[in-house]
Design a binder for this molecule. Sequence first.
Ligand SMILES: [Zn+2]
Length: 311
Amino acid sequence: MKIIIVSKRHNQSRSFTLGGWTRALLSVCLLGMPAALGAIGYAWLTGPGSGAERVNAESLQAWEKALEEQQQQVEQTRKETRAQLTALTVKMGELQGRLVRLDALGERLTHMAQLDEGEFDFSSTPGVGGPETAFADENYSPPDILTVVDQLSSQIENRQQQLEVLESLLASKKIEDDTFVAGRPVAKGWISSRYGRRTDPFTGKSAFHGGIDFSAKSGTEITSVAAGVVTRAGKDRAYGYMVEINHGAGYVTRYAHNKENLVKVGDVVKKGQIIGLVGSTGRSTGAHVHFEVYKHGRSIDPATYIHRASR
Ligand SMILES: [Zn+2]
């Protein structure tokens, strides 16, 4: 008898030639064992003093007990799983809530930044819908947690990317916004004279008033209505102490009749920075700021710039 063993891994084969004794032993192993086992088993089941009935009754009890234990285990596992599912569902509800808030923030930012509405679609897939918590139903089939979690995480990733782009856009827009001429040069103070033709307070004749006068207490802080560079800061016979700021994009503002100038030519000023104090220097009848706005060298009514909202 020849036995050939082929190794799968090495694609090699080995052969053994078995002699008479080994052959006999192998035959016993292969054929004899099952036969012997069968005979023993039969003898055990039907043998004298150990009837099949007793075996059945005993094993049935054992099986029932085992089954009961298994059922209890299954019930326990089910309870635990439900508890975990509830916790997970609540957690997912929280995440969805956060996502809704993120979406709202994104939309508000998009609106504030005055970006094209199509540029950022924060309302595309709003994570609405609270968690399902009805676990009492026996036919309850749990949601595919992994799918929901995957959806949520991809939504969050998407929002994060959108917000990052939005942030960089806003950062570059910031400079533009700060140089945007808007607001008034004094926090407190009433408009005592508007822009346009008026009776000159000194001559009593009709004259053109090239700015808006804000009446305010002497010493009140005058602030720049936008960021820019100081192009004039000195004393003038008519303007008195006056500051002129260039904001770029053709815009220039002037603040006149000051008690004192607090900036000098070449200073870079921020929006809202204090540039001087209210006074009555030059051709002035009382403490006030004479505020002028120029666009591309032409005097324009500051009213529209005072009233337009900062962006
Ligand atoms: Zn004036």
